[in-house]
Structure formats: structure tokens, C-alpha cells
Design a protein around this ligand. Structure first.
Ligand code: FAD
Ligand code: NAP
Length: 337
């Protein structure tokens, strides 16, 4: 993710910088609420808890602004009739959260938590934080194909973000492969059609999972050629990607397709590993919530967004869940005192 990095650094210059490693912070300050994650869910939870006077502390993690910073125009977030750049939307959410007194820790990733006792403990590097309550908004990370060549050629032609890497010279006027059949794969293929000579959309079934409008746009793009019922068995190349070995799942036929880039867009897995054994989750790792609330199985710990939503996974639903978790958290804290 090259040109995206500069965008992210602009996003994340909080107005009030906390001295996370300073002497004073060595003495534990009891936080009312720590929000883990800075996507739509995290920022929305921050706006609400900050307006409630809780002075939330938000830890951004390694992807400040979350998944939407990796996309271009967001057309379906209500309130923006002409669409809004994903990065800009997240920047606005951050500003709004800061305006009401959210304190932000940049690029701080939580390594572990101890939810067995209250106050809860949050470990980030060598620092330990204590909090009366926690809102988990850790979203989801890229799913990997798990085929030979994928790991070896990452950043040498294999990537998980067309918006971040698509414009690189190595992909210009070259044949490119996008793997997947969802909204992301369609969006990535369309974006890449601006740069590549041809974009092959390799999907394991004969029907896209993407929403009808996205599927129609992708399939109507003359530079995009779908390859149906096909799996990538191997990504080929020594120093850089030179092709993929494909297998048709219906006929069993294998073939090599020459290409210079492989953009993997096969969905996401929830970032919930650090909560394993402490918070209830389903078989895929999505956090379980008490129905119609933002509450997890641990009292005082709430969750919102893609880390706890295997169904909708939209920016607006993540934001809505962030609001719900914040209100639940605020009421729970009030009931404790
Ligand atoms: P995320 O945005 O994933 O944010 C998670 C946050 O948690 C990040 O800040 C990360 O750094 C942080 N984090 C993770 N682990 C830790 C940790 N251990 N410690 C600290 N922080 C941590 N949805 C739409 O509605 N419209 C669209 O047009 C649209 N376009 C999309 C385009 C692409 C390419 C992709 C990939 C997704 C798109 N989506 C879209 C889906 C949308 O991005 C997600 O639904 C939304 O971002 C979910 O928000 P979130 O806050 O739950 O999580
Ligand atoms: P997704 O909807 O889960 O789709 C993942 C795709 O990858 C599916 O087509 C799936 O195939 C395929 N796949 C999964 N594992 C695979 C594997 N191991 N090998 C090969 N193919 C595999 O994920 P997404 O496209 O990232 O979308 C995630 C969420 O974000 C969705 O809710 C989506 O609506 C939203 N989003 C919205 C927009 C927008 O509105 N503009 C843009 C991007 C994303 P199957 O179909 O066979 O399961």
C-alpha cells in the first residue's frame, strides 16, 4: 500500500496527541471506556461516548480509519447524494469524534486483553491500560487464498488492495487478475480496468455474489473478462508475478494464465483473535452479541461493526452498531455508579 500511506498519515494527526509512553502515563489512568479500532464503528462509538462526557480513549490499530480508507467513492452512505471518498468520510468521522473530546492513540495495536476482572486490562506493546468498559470495533482483515506463491510474491505482484497498489507502474498496461466474486472484487476489477490492459475476474462459481448494480457494472466493462467456475491453484513467478495456474472446477481442466498482478478480494476474517477464550464468538470468529444490543457475554464489554457482523458488513451498519454499543456502554456505566 504505497500511495495510500501518505493519505493515512494526513488522516491521523489527532488534534490532541497523548503521551502514551510518557512518565505520567506509566501510572495507570482508569479510563471510562477504551474503544479498540478506528473504522466507522469505532469513530461512531467515539462520537457518542464523547458527547456523553465519557472522554473515550480510542486506539486506532495499524489501519487508522479502517477498511474504507482503502476504497475510492462510497456511494451508499446516506447523506452524501454525490458519494464521498472513503478516506474523506473517515477523516470527517475522526474530526467529529475529536470535536467532542475523544482522545486518540495513533497506530497503537492491542496485543492482548484481560477481561476476567474489572477494571479490564488492555495490553498494547509494553503499555498496560485499565478501563471500566471496552468497545471492540476491530473490523475484519483480508482473507488469504492459501495457495503456493501467494505469500512469497506478496508486494511483488500479489496484493489485497487495488486502490492502494493498482496505479503502480508494474501494473500499467499489463494483464491483471482479480480473484473473488463479491462487491470488493467487482469494485477492484473496475478500478484496475483504468490501468491494466485487461482484467480477468476469476470466480469459483458461475454467479457473482456482488450486489446487482456492482455486478452489472463490472460485467459491462469491456476490459473485464470473467472466468467462471475457476480456482487459482498457484501464483507463478520467481522475483515477481508472471501468471497464475487455474483449474476449472466443472471440467477439471488446468491452464496457465499470464498476468503481472494478482489482486485477491475474497472477503475478510474478523479481527478477533485477541479475544479468543474470553468473548463468545461463532465458528468463523465473529463476536456474538446479546440480541438487539451491543453487549458481549462479558459485562462491560461491547462490540460493534464488522468484527461482530457476519451478515451486513456495510459502513452504515458498522456506524449504527457503533452508536448502539456506545449507548449501551454509557447506560451500563451509569448503572454501576
Ligand atoms: P474496519 O473499517 O475494518 O476498522 C477496523 C479498525 O480496527 C481499524 O482501524 C484497525 O486498525 C482496528 N484494529 C484491528 N485490530 C486491532 C487491534 N488489535 N488493536 C487496535 N486496533 C485494531 N461498505 C459500504 O457500506 N459501502 C462501500 O462502498 C464499501 N466499500 C468497500 C470497499 C472495500 C474495498 C472494502 C474492503 C470494504 C468496503 N465496504 C463498504 C465495507 C466497509 O468498509 C466496512 O463494512 C466497514 O469499514 C466496517 O467498519 P468497522 O469499523 O467495523 O471496521
Ligand atoms: P464477500 O461478499 O464475502 O465476497 C467474497 C467473495 O470471495 C465471494 O464471491 C466468495 O465466493 C469468494 N471467496 C471466498 N473465499 C474464497 C476462496 N478461498 N477462494 C476463492 N474465492 C473465495 O466479501 P467482499 O466482496 O469483500 O464484501 C464484504 C462486504 O463489504 C459485503 O457486505 C459487501 O457488500 C461490502 N462491500 C460493499 C461495497 C459497496 O457497496 N460498494 C464494496 C465493497 C464491499 P462465493 O461467492 O462462492 O462465496
Amino acid at each position: 500500500p504505497r500511495h495510500d500511506r501518505s493519505r493515512q498519515s494526513r488522516l491521523l494527526v489527532p488534534q490532541a496527541t497523548l503521551q502514551f509512553g510518557s512518565k505520567s502515563s506509566q501510572q495507570l489512568k482508569m479510563e471510562n471506556v477504551i474503544i479498540i479500532g478506528s473504522g466507522c464503528a469505532g469513530w461512531t462509538a467515539a462520537v457518542y461516548t464523547a458527547r456523553a462526557g465519557l472522554e473515550p480513549l480510542l486506539l486506532t490499530g495499524q489501519q487508522p480509519g479502517g477498511l474504507l480508507t482503502t476504497t475510492t467513492v462510497v456511494e451508499n452512505f446516506p447523506g452524501f447524494s454525490k458519494g464521498i471518498d472513503g478516506f474523506e468520510l473517515m477523516q470527517e468521522m475522526q474530526k467529529q469524534a475529536e470535536r467532542f473530546g475523544t482522545r486518540i492513540q495513533l497506530a497503537v495495536t492491542v496485543d492482548s486483553v484481560d477481561l476476567s476482572l474489572r477494571p479490564f486490562r488492555v495490553q498494547a506493546g509494553s503499555k498496560t491500560l485499565e478501563a471500566k468498559s471496552i468497545i471492540v470495533a476491530t473490523g475484519a482483515g483480508h482473507r488469504h487464498l492459501g495457495v503456493p506463491g501467494e505469500k512469497e510474491l506478496e508486494n511483488r505482484g500479489v496484493t489485497y488492495c487495488a486502490t492502494c497498489d493498482g496505479a503502480l507502474p508494474i501494473f500499467r498496461n499489463k494483464p491483471l487478475v482479480v480473484v473473488g466474486g463479491g462487491d470488493t472484487a467487482c469494485e477492484e476489477a473496475m478500478y484496475l480496468s483504468r490501468f491494466g490492459s485487461k482484467v480477468y475476474l476469476v470466480h469459483r462459481r458461475d454467479q457473482l455474489r456482488a450486489s446487482p448494480i456492482m455486478a452489472e457494472r463490472a460485467l459491462g466493462n469491456e476490459k473485464i473478462e470473467p472466468i467462471w467456475n475457476t480456482e487459482v491453484e498457484e501464483i507463478l513467478g520467481e522475483e515477481e508475478v508472471v501468471g497464475v495456474r487455474l483449474r476449472n472446477k466443472v471440467t477439471g481442466e488446468a491452464r496457465v494464465l499470464d498476468c503481472d498482478g494478482v489482486f485477491i478480494a475474497i472477503g475478510h476474517v474478523p479481527n478477533t483473535k485477541i479475544f479468543k477464550g474470553q468473548l463468545d464468538m461463532n465458528d468463523s470468529g465473529y463476536l456474538k452479541l446479546t440480541p438487539e444490543t451491543g453487549a458481549t457475554n462479558v459485562e462491560g464489554v461491547f462490540a460493534a461493526g464488522d468484527c461482530s457482523d457476519s451478515v451486513y458488513r456495510q459502513a452504515i451498519t458498522a456506524a449504527g452498531m457503533g452508536c448502539r454499543a456506545a449507548i449501551d456502554c454509557e447506560r451500563w456505566l451509569a448503572a454501576q455508579s
